[in-house]
Ligand binder design. Structure first.
Ligand code: ZN
Length: 488
């Protein structure tokens, strides 16, 4: 296929042709979740976006090593190295071992990734599994003169670093302004400079997760783990580093600084950042009450949702926006996605059985080229979908004998739809042959439950709901009747 993949690099703020350092090998590091609670949809969007990139790069013939970490220690409640460790706090609250919290939410995370059909990364390292590497990096940064010890905690010296390298290059922020806007250090602070951040933190007596180090018992700062694990598995100069755009100002800025302070070179050639999720135009946040978990989205059990949507409908919905644009959840948009997804799946089913003629009125090559051009333009999935839907119209028209297609063009369509829709976009057909029978039975059961309610036989209506729940089927009662969701 003609054309080269172009990727938008946050650091240079430009679209750059993708040239791997050691083609056909590609190294990609993505900052993974902190496993102290159920994975939220913003994270799902981020990891789905990188899954598409992983899949497309692989499809283009690159051998991709995709490293996505699990943060299981060191992530404090705020970015200023203050507050409790998120996992430690949850462990205390639930009277569990921190590792029980880690296990529970790592399992949840992997299950949700699987439901969305995101491929597992090549390596999924954990922060606690790389304490030695993090201590070694800290030593190196100290040796290189970009860090200092203060009462058992090692801080990165931003002022000293800024004299040698541009600290705010990734965020594009003005260093002076940043210094002025960062609040004054309290009298008891052990930091020299306002922007200094901890590489290694001395553990207070009540801190559970702690390890011995040359500076006493402590634990690593959150930013350090990614520098340690990315350089360990991908080398000191690799191709792609990514994450959500909320990581740019602090986490990734500090990662770049640590990397330069250690290895005197930038970590990667391409920084990729995904945009945020909104709900009805507002930022999704727990405090606004408009944030829902994947499970709530599947079942529809959330006040803002009219009904449940399957993981593949949500995946399709996410692909309709480019990863660098915000993605707005609304019932209308999800319902439209449900229809679109079903049209696409239907065309995928039809394509291999299309009747052929000796002549063609369908230019399959043009559709194929449009799909690849779109994906080559910084993984532009909405444009790729638009091209695929042009094909869907053609497929339906051939099926209805309104257009003709020949063997050669049909073969191209069959290949494009199978490789792009399933392998690259990672969509999956959800229906099985018994689906309409199950749906028919469910409608009958829901009707019986409605009748029971109407005759005020609530013990019967509740029993139906509870028995369905025991089978893994959740019923949601809405204004326009009840809907159901089968938990897979
Ligand atoms: Zn990271």
């Amino acid at each position: 296929m003609n054309g080269k993949l172009k990727i938008y690099d946050t650091l240079s703020k430009s679209l750059k042709v993708f040239e791997p350092i050691h083609a056909p090998l590609v190294g990609m590091y993505v900052c993974g979740p902190t496993v102290y609670s159920n994975v939220h949809l913003g994270n799902v969007r981020t990891f789905t976006s990188f899954d598409i990139m992983f899949r497309y790069l692989t499809h283009l013939g690159f051998k991709v090593r995709y490293v996505r970490n699990i943060t299981d220690a060191g992530h404090l409640e705020n970015d200023a190295d203050e507050g409790e460790d998120k996992i430690g706090k949850k462990a205390k609250l639930e009277q569990l071992e921190p590792m029980e919290i880690v296990q529970r939410y790592t399992t949840d995370f992997r299950e949700v990734m699987k439901q969305f059909n995101n491929l597992p990364p090549s390596i999924e390292p954990t922060a606690t599994g790389h304490i030695i590497e993090q201590i070694e990096l800290t030593k190196k940064i100290l040796e290189n003169g970009f860090a200092y010890e203060s009462n058992g905690t090692i801080y990165f010296d931003v002022e000293k670093f800024s004299a040698a390298y541009p600290y705010t290059e990734l965020s594009g922020r003005n260093l002076e302004e940043l210094l002025n806007n960062t609040r004054e250090l309290g009298g008891q602070s052990e930091k020299k400079g306002r922007l200094d951040f901890a590489l290694w933190i001395k553990a207070k007596p009540e801190h559970i997760m702690r390890w011995p180090s040359p500076w006493g018992e402590g634990f690593p700062g959150w930013h350090l783990e990614c520098s340690a694990m990315s350089s360990k598995y991908l080398g000191t100069h690799f191709d792609i580093h990514g994450g959500g755009m909320d990581l740019i100002p602090t986490h990734h800025t500090n990662e770049v600084a640590q990397h330069l302070a250690c290895f005197h070179q930038k970590p990667v050639n391409y920084w990729i950042h995904t945009n945020m999720l909104t709900v009805n135009g507002q930022k999704m946040s727990k405090s606004l009450g408009n944030s829902f978990l994947p499970h709530e989205l599947f079942t529809g059990n959330h006040p803002l949702l009219d009904k449940g949507y399957s993981p593949m409908v949500v995946r399709f919905f996410m692909l309709q926006a480019h990863y660098r644009s915000t993605l707005d959840f609304s019932n209308e948009a999800l319902q439209a996605a449900e229809k679109g997804f079903s049209r696409l799946m239907n065309a995928c089913k039809l394509v291999s059985g299309l009747p052929v003629s000796t002549e063609t009125e369908v230019d399959a090559l043009a559709i194929k080229e449009q799909v690849y051009e779109s994906l080559n333009e910084d993984f532009n999935t909405p444009l790729a979908l638009a091209a695929l839907f042009e094909g869907v119209r053609a497929i339906n028209a051939v099926q209805d004998a309104k257009l003709k297609i020949d063997e050669k063009n049909k073969a191209i369509l069959v290949q494009v739809y199978s490789e792009i829709v399933f392998d690259v976009l990672g969509l999956q057909a959800e229906s099985n042959q018994n689906e309409h029978i199950v749906d028919g039975i469910m409608q009958m059961v829901l009707e019986q439950r409605k009748l029971a309610k109407q005759r005020k036989d609530f013990s019967a209506s509740d029993a139906i709901r509870d028995q369905l729940k025991a089978l893994g089927i959740e019923v949601k009662d809405g204004k326009e009747g009840s809907t159901y969701h089968i938990n897979s």
